[in-house]
Design a protein around this ligand. Sequence first.
Ligand code: FES
Length: 178
Amino acid sequence: MSDEDSKDPKESGRRHFLETVTGVVAGAGVCGAAWPFISSMNPTTDVLAKSTSEVELGDIAVGETKTVDWQGKPVFILHRTPEQISEVRNDQSAQTKDPEQDEKRVQKPQWLVVVGLCTHLGCVPLRKDKGWLCPCHGSFYDDSGRVLRGPAPKNLILPPYEFLSDNKILIGKVEEQS
Ligand code: FES
């Protein structure tokens, strides 16, 4: 005990408490910083499972959209009608901003799968007639997820996915464990 401590036992106790709390907080900070690093070195089954999402398509009616979570991001799945398909395949205005053929953006014509984040600043667009409208600055995406107008520079992003069956997809890629 220092001379200072012996003068005021209350002050000594308070200082000891503060030192202890500081040590605990600092330790927690180190653990927090280390976790993502350690976790990335050795991905567990749980981590791998979170990087993919299996989605049932059978409950999405024709013309309806389902939003699912994939890696913390919304993914829009639109079950397109024959009319929606022919419209996006004939719409020449979709070739102006970020030209891309609808055929290159889908694996099966009736199913559109896109990440539901606006490519301008990341807001979540809202489902509207004939596409999605971003409420933040007015970008509009068609039923192929292609930007038609507004400040968004790119079409909605296509996540990696595969069909596990006619009515089930797996979004994301299962990474190989070495
Ligand atoms: S974030 Fe969507 S238009 Fe700006």
